[in-house]
Design a protein around this ligand. Structure first.
Ligand code: PXL
Length: 283
């Protein structure tokens, strides 16, 4: 086993707005994980801003992954996919990596939308194709909107009873993933995540801030990926990611910055290194 786990990060590079690769790379590095980016698109800002540039990198990805055919990864973390053509390419990369290293695990964050709406670049066709990738994943981390889009369930807001969230998770499991974590379930002043693993659901919640910052899903999935790659169990990794998200969103709220600029994780990033060190030293 490698002393520094190696993760392939398939996601977009957005120049402004703290999401996707600009979140995943610092988070994984500080958690002691080697993050190897495979950019799916380059945007000047994420799509939550009124204007941005978008350069689709589908045409580069096949060669990019081909040149990685001599490498093997401990985890693959896939997020925002920029076009329909990318789904097949990413799927072939998953298959190739699983052949090379059967222990390679896949974390798929099916980035498609939020608050009941699809992101502007996400067509229904693209959503259908993402569903196919779910069957390859060991862990998926949809928010409620994405879980509804994947399962064809009507979206009825962010407040879900736990039995409804559990039903949604069961429907996600039918798509063939190994485990599902539904993020952002609101209950009064709490926000929580439902983890469905080995036929059982567990729920953990933290204090909720009133403001929804862009890129929180990416931050959650990145911390989760770092913790999993460093050997934490899924329930422990979900609890760590949830606790970190709660701290940084409360801190961001106090700074009074525009929600589209994302979560100000930089001042608290160093604490992620400590999450794992403390545990290793039995603290
Ligand atoms: O945070 C999810 C995300 C990722 N990538 C891009 C986005 C968004 C959300 O708006 O626009 C490009």
């Amino acid at each position: 086993m490698r002393t520094v786990p190696r993760v392939a990060c398939i996601n977009d590079l957005s120049g402004f707005g703290r999401c996707s690769l600009t979140t995943a790379l610092p988070v994984l590095s500080v958690m002691g994980v080697q993050a190897c980016p495979a950019p799916t698109a380059v945007l000047s800002k994420h799509t939550g801003f009124p204007q941005y540039t978008f350069t689709d990198l589908t045409d580069t990805l096949t060669d990019y992954f081909e040149s990685w055919s001599d490498l093997d990864f401990d985890w693959i973390y896939a997020g925002f996919l920029g076009s329909l053509g990318q789904i097949g390419i990413v799927r072939r990369f998953f298959e190739m990596q699983k052949r090379k290293n059967p222990a390679c695990k896949i974390l798929l964050d099916p980035v498609m939308g939020d608050e009941g709406r699809r992101y502007s670049t996400y067509t229904l066709e693209l959503c259908d194709a993402v569903r196919e990738l779910v069957s390859e994943a060991d862990v998926i981390t949809p928010n409620i909107t994405e879980a509804c889009l994947l399962t064809g369930t009507e979206y009825r807001g962010e407040c879900l009873h736990l039995h409804e969230a559990e039903q949604l998770a069961e429907a996600l499991m039918q798509l063939g993933c190994g485990a599902a974590v539904i993020t952002g379930i609101v209950q009064e002043n709490q926000i929580g995540n439902l983890t469905y693993l080995d036929g059982k659901a567990s729920y953990s919640a933290v204090h909720r801030t009133e403001c929804l910052f862009s890129g929180t899903g990416d931050l959650f999935a990145s911390v989760l990926c770092g913790a999993l790659a460093r050997g934490k169990s899924l329930p422990d990794a979900v609890a760590s990611a949830g606790a970190f998200l709660s701290e940084v969103t409360q801190d961001t709220l106090r700074q009074n910055t525009p929600a589209a600029e994302g979560v100000l994780f930089e001042p608290l990033l160093y604490r992620l290194g400590g999450i794992l060190d403390g545990e290793e030293q039995g603290k």
